[in-house]
Design a protein. Sequence first.
Length: 156
Amino acid sequence: MGLFHNYNTTLYLKILMVCLGNICRSPLAEGIMRHLANEKKLNWEVASAGTGNWHIGKAPDNRSIAAAKANGFDISTQRAQQFRHNMFAEYDLIFVMDRNNLNDVQALAKTHKERKKVMLFLDNDEVTDPYWDNALFGPVCKQVEERCREIIQQLS
């Protein structure tokens, strides 16, 4: 990821994870990335948001909470919020879970600098939305954990 070379992990870094409703994929990415960054003693702030407003203030989906817990992560205290334009100024990197999220977030960008902060979490691929299939939560959690570890390595 070309943008990564601009970041020094010893500095304070703010990362935002974004999906559709902020109850399945992005809360997993937020919680896992925060946990792993803290383990590495990285000075990072990690949050998540959704492009939609259906779940504002709600906890992550119980299936995401369970998948995270089964893999040693606690996301139960996180609460959903909606992506807002001012988040471009608040965050250094904005990772989106799929191309629809990418299009939605980039449509809110007003400058090239804002658009440049936004990228797919999985480089050129999408994180499958597990909402409609209980069996996908475990594999999605593992995929998110693996990618979070890669991002930390790339930024270190």
